[in-house]
Design a protein around this ligand. Structure first.
Ligand code: TGC
Ligand code: FAD
Length: 393
């Protein structure tokens, strides 16, 4: 498939030369390196690890973090465009980069010690090391405040015990950012973050079996049984409470809001070219009013989403973006993309269920994206609280 790129409102003209250059570089890389292999990787249920060093070389990992630590130090719009282009390929590829950059490198940069930064950031940026982020537990998904993983203080260090579920990059990670209770169980106020090398004795990861979505992505369970860590494993700038993990989620949700636009653009491109070529009842299906309405709706909703994330990125670059604005964009754009992917798949008829086409893979992936990083419902409740002042969680 060749990416034509839907840009009905000339959003391109609102980008700087550097932003366009970043976007075009990643778009070309996805076309050359991801598209030829992604269908097969998906069927084989494997994350294409061979792409990681190239992602590092092209500056995609932690791209909005400082050069001092080996990162590209791009602005947040360019960072968003990277996510958009990666997710045109596959949500699993974007997920890898989101977790590495927003959920591992960002907390190490923002809350870790200088030693943590020097040890991990250059390797994570280069793709020489992989990271994962352990917040969710089997019984605490939408409500991480209730987590039961503990970090017990002992002489000279900490001992971690617990299980984290649904962890992206978990089985291939060299380092895990793990959130744990340092006080009473169920007391959100005592949650702290730890930098845990995954070869520490007692730390194991097992692959999550049976997924029907995000198949080209590593999703795992983390088990920690008496994992002994030195004092230095604690991220010193995490004060207790959920605020710091939530700050990480804001970074990742921002990237997802852009990524969802990319998957919708890919589905629209596919649907448009299919509608022009597929002949039924003597003419292309694109000449039928029903398919034109379908395509018009897709393009309208994609255009709205493109404008929303661009303004969100400009606010982030100005330093005034709020987590509530991010919730709105994550929720609206992922919901939009799930609808666009489903409509594109339907337009493709029987071919729409084949792996040679891409819309159904995007559609299945987006069901995970709809759920992770705060479900659609949770973001509705965050917005509801912002509007009314009442918490309805
Ligand atoms: P709450 O009392 O509302 O907040 C605790 C403190 O945090 C502050 N805060 C935030 N700060 C920064 N960013 C945000 N988004 C924030 N939201 C809240 C808040 O002001 C407060 O600060 P302070 O100073 O008063 O202590 O906390 P709560 O326990 O009531 O939780 C609220 C809720 C439900 C919104 C939160 O728990 C939530 O967002 N739940 C959803 C869980 C979630 O999204 N998990 C994601 C796991 S990671 C993942 O899915 C990776 S997928 C792979 C990929 O990214 O590709
Ligand atoms: P639950 O919280 O049990 O929700 C079940 C249903 O109840 C949902 O419909 C939800 O919207 C609804 N619900 C919940 N609370 C309320 C409420 N108060 N009012 C109304 N409805 C409510 N986590 C990590 O920490 N790191 C990762 O790298 C990571 N990667 C992931 C990758 C994948 C593929 C997936 C699927 C998940 C990943 N997650 C990760 C976990 C993800 O963040 C959680 O799945 C998500 O937060 C939802 O939690 P849950 O699955 O336990 O659902």
């Amino acid at each position: 498939m060749s990416f034509e790129g839907v840009d009905f409102y000339d959003v391109d003209s609102l980008l700087s030369e550097e932003e366009r250059m970043v976007r075009d570089t990643i778009r070309q890389w996805v076309e050359d390196r991801v598209m030829p292999i992604i269908g097969e990787a998906y069927i084989q249920r494997r994350f294409p690890k061979e792409l990681i060093p190239e992602m590092g070389e092209l500056g995609m990992l932690g791209a909005n973090l400082p050069e001092e630590y080996g990162c590209a130090e791009l602005n947040n719009v360019a960072y968003g465009l990277i996510n958009q282009e990666l997710e045109r390929g596959d949500s699993g590829i974007r997920s890898f980069a989101s977790v590495q950059g927003s959920l591992v490198m960002y907390p190490i940069f923002a809350f870790g010690s200088e030693e943590h930064r020097r040890e991990w950031l250059p390797r994570l940026a280069a793709g020489e090391a992989v990271g994962c982020f352990g917040l969710t537990e089997p019984d605490y998904g939408s409500n991480p405040a209730g987590m039961i993983t503990t970090a017990r203080k002992v002489d000279g260090g900490w001992v971690l015990n617990g299980t984290k579920m649904w962890i992206t990059n978990g089985s291939m990670a060299d380092v895990a950012v793990v959130w744990a209770q340092t006080g009473e169980q169920g007391d959100a106020k005592s949650i702290r973050g730890f930098v845990v090398p995954t070869d520490t004795p007692g730390f194991t990861a097992t692959d999550q079996k049976g997924k029907l979505s995000l198949l080209a992505s590593d999703t795992s369970e983390l088990h920690m049984e008496d994992v002994e860590l030195p004092d230095s494993a604690l991220m010193p700038n995490t004060t207790s409470g959920l605020k710091h993990p939530l700050l990480c989620l804001t970074q990742a949700r921002y990237g997802i809001a852009w990524g969802a636009v990319g998957s919708a653009m890919a589905c629209f491109d596919e649907a448009r070219s299919y509608a022009k070529e597929r002949v039924m009842f003597g003419e292309p299906i694109g000449a039928k009013q029903i398919q034109q309405v379908r395509l018009a709706n897709m393009m309208t909703h994609i255009t709205q989403a493109q404008l929303m994330v661009l303004q969100l990125g400009r606010l982030k670059d100005k330093g005034t973006m709020t987590p509530f604005q991010v919730s709105m964009a994550k929720r609206a754009n992922v919901s939009m993309a799930t609808d666009v992917a489903r409509e594109a798949r339907r337009l493709l008829g029987g071919n729409g269920i084949l792996v040679e086409y891409h819309s159904m893979r995007h559609m299945a992936n987006l069901e995970s994206v709809y759920t992770y990083e705060g479900t659609d419902d949770i973001h509705a409740l965050i917005l509801g609280q912002t509007i009314t002042g009442f918490s309805a969680f």
